[in-house]
Every structure is written in structure tokens, then in C-alpha cells.
Design a protein around this ligand. Structure first.
Ligand code: SAH
Length: 339
């Protein structure tokens, strides 16, 4: 067996150990160590006999290494992790009194190249494997010594370009780590056909769609890939997603001063989303290097929010956490690549 242990179901582990002539309880022991015990090498399965541990000591468990950890004053911790093959990725743990949220990456870098996103500027290396996604959640859980309650796929990468691994990781987080599907959010800027494919999994997870503009022309300026996926088609696919899954959807809208934050943009957005059972998440732009955008001030953000709520569109402003620790997605990795 060369696929890492992390990401395998209890049934898969049982089946594999059975083929090795081992009883089912050995698989249960391994399973517990893997998903609850912070296992990093098979040598750590201390309730296995020494001979068995030695036989399997080189089996890959699938945990990444922590390269750097930076904590901001609000308790948010950003991790730079290294995979087996030396790729680096970011994950963020965001604590509050009643939650511990992990912002996971789904790819190393990102090919979508959104103009205001740090990850988009660092290029793209590859998709993350299931164990590399699940590892991020375990790393945060272990570091905070507290159970992770929420997971958002809002780190580096475009989850729908890595749909198979992302979907499997949702199952593992839910079944093997015990995170409720409703506590999981998958964020996408939109990839043709993939929203319909995601709907087929019938997850209870929330889909968040990155809109960032109320019309096609402006959206194309901010998101190069929007040219291949017209706003009307994207919204049609979103409506179908809601119809198939019976789940509400949310839209993300990064507010860029003087670019997409005018009251007229808010009104246009109201027209666009009329009749849509959706929540709009406003994200004040988090400044990054090499981008000519500015963060709108508080009043401006509140004005935009008021335009939406006045038109009965459910909306809220996402609080920026850990701003001083380069919390915008991809910033930590970029800095580490530069040195
Ligand atoms: N690829 C996914 C996940 C990206 S990160 C997607 O596009 O949805 C989650 C959200 O943060 C996206 O809406 C993304 O556009 C936004 N974002 C990226 N960089 C940002 C920045 N510097 N400031 C504010 N929001 C940003």
C-alpha cells in the first residue's frame, strides 16, 4: 500500500489489514491513532505489538510538516506547511469563543489569477491530495488542542478544479473527524460544469460563490477566467445548484475602493440577485503587494451593506481576522518563496 493512511476510511483500513492477516481490532487501533491521536508514523501506534509496528514503519501516514507558524494578536494562527515533495501551502486557524474555524487550501498556488488575490500572483504548482487537505484540519486541531468546528475551503486554490479530492476530503472531515457537513463551506470563483458536478454529491455543505462584481464587464476585469464563464451562466448554474441540493448559497463580494463599491454597484447587485435565496458576504479588500487596489473605509462598506439590506438581501460584512499577519490568502507563502 503506497497511498497514505490519512484519508482512508475505517473500512479501507480494516480491509487492508485483513489481507495482511490482522484482526479487525488492529484496524480500529490504527484508525483511532490516525484521526484522533495525532499519528505521524506507524511506530506511534503503541497498542500494536512491536513487530507489527516495525513491519509497517515506513508506511506513509500522510502528514505535512509545519514550516512556520505566525500568530496575530486576535489569536488567529497561520501555518506554512510543507508536503512530502517539498511544496508549501498555507492553512489558517481562526478561533472564537464558540468556534474553531480552519481555512484550508485545496491547491498549491492557483491558476485562476484573480487580480486582487495574492495566491493568484504566486503561480500554480498542483492539486492537493486528500490527505494533504485533511492534514491541515488535524494540524490546526492539534495546535489549538481544541476540536475544529468549522472548515472553509477559502485558502489557496480553486476547490472546483480539484473536485474529486475536495469532495473526498469533505467526507473524511465529516465521517472520520466528526465535523458537521453544515459547518463546511466550499468557496469557488466558478468553473464551468463543476457546480453541477458538486451538486451530485448531495453534500449539506454550503457553497459560496465569489462574485465580486454585479456585471460581466467589471467581473472580467477582476477575474480573468470570468471570460470563459459568463455571469448569466454562472448564476443559472447557481440556481440549479439550489434547486438540486435545497441548500442556500452564499455570494462573496470583495469590496475594492472606487472599483466595485459604489452605491450603484450595490443597486445593480440587488437587481442581479432578485428572487435568489442567498446570503451576500462582503469582504473589505485585504491589501496585498503588487496590486493597485485599496480597501474601502468603514462608512463606504456600511453604505454598500445598507443598500443590500434595504432591498431585503441578506448580507453581512466579513470581519478581517489576523490582518497584520498577512492574512490575505497566499501572502505567507509568497513571502517565504521570496526569501
Ligand atoms: N478560489 C476560491 C477560494 C478563494 S479565497 C474562490 O475564488 O472563491 C476566498 C475568498 O477570498 C474569495 O472570494 C476570494 O476572491 C477572496 N479574496 C482573495 N484575496 C483577497 C483579498 N486580498 N482581499 C479580500 N478578499 C480576497
Amino acid at each position: 500500500m503506497t497511498t497514505p493512511l490519512l484519508g482512508q476510511s475505517a473500512e479501507q483500513l480494516r480491509h487492508w489489514l485483513e489481507t495482511q492477516g490482522q484482526p479487525a481490532y488492529r484496524a480500529q487501533q490504527l484508525y483511532r491513532w490516525l484521526y484522533q491521536g495525532g499519528l505521524r508514523s506507524v511506530g506511534g501506534v503503541t497498542d500494536w505489538p512491536k513487530a507489527l509496528r516495525e513491519t509497517w514503519q515506513d508506511l506513509p501516514v500522510g502528514r505535512s510538516q509545519i514550516v512556520e507558524k505566525s500568530e496575530s494578536s486576535d489569536g488567529t494562527i497561520k501555518f506554512l506547511l510543507a508536503t512530502e515533495d517539498g511544496q508549501t501551502l498555507e492553512t489558517v486557524g481562526i478561533p472564537s469563543t464558540d468556534r474553531l474555524t480552519v481555512c484550508v487550501s485545496s491547491q498549491v498556488g492557483c491558476p485562476m489569477a484573480c487580480t486582487f488575490c495574492a495566491t493568484g500572483k504566486s503561480g500554480y504548482a498542483r492539486n492537493l491530495a486528500v490527505h494533504e487537505i485533511v492534514d491541515q484540519v488535524l494540524t490546526v486541531q492539534e495546535s489549538f488542542a481544541r476540536r475544529v468546528s468549522h472548515v472553509v475551503y477559502m485558502g489557496m486554490g480553486e476547490p472546483l478544479l480539484n473536485l474529486e479530492a475536495v469532495a473526498r476530503s469533505v467526507e473524511v472531515l465529516n465521517t472520520d473527524i466528526g465535523i458537521g457537513q453544515r459547518q463546511i463551506t466550499i468557496s469557488t470563483v466558478g468553473v464551468p460544469q463543476r457546480i453541477a458536478e458538486l451538486a451530485e454529491y448531495r453534500f449539506q455543505a454550503t457553497l459560496a460563490v465569489s462574485l465580486h462584481a454585479p456585471n460581466q464587464a467589471l467581473r472580467e476585469k477582476l477575474i480573468p477566467t470570468a471570460k470563459q464563464y459568463h455571469l448569466e451562466t454562472l448564476l443559472r448554474d447557481c440556481r440549479k445548484y439550489v434547486a438540486v441540493t435545497s441548500r442556500r448559497l452564499s455570494f462573496e463580494y470583495t469590496l475594492l475602493a472606487g472599483v466595485n463599491d459604489e452605491p450603484e454597484h450595490a443597486q445593480e447587485l440587488v437587481q442581479l440577485l432578485r428572487g435568489f435565496q442567498a446570503h451576500v458576504n462582503l469582504i473589505p479588500y485585504n491589501p496585498i503587494e503588487d496590486a493597485d487596489f485599496e480597501r474601502p473605509d468603514r462608512e463606504r462598506v456600511q453604505l454598500f451593506l445598507r443598500e443590500l439590506t434595504r432591498a431585503k438581501i441578506a448580507a453581512s460584512v466579513r470581519r478581517t481576522r489576523g490582518l497584520e499577519e498577512s492574512s490575505a490568502c497566499g501572502q505567507l507563502r509568497r513571502r517565504s518563496l521570496a526569501v
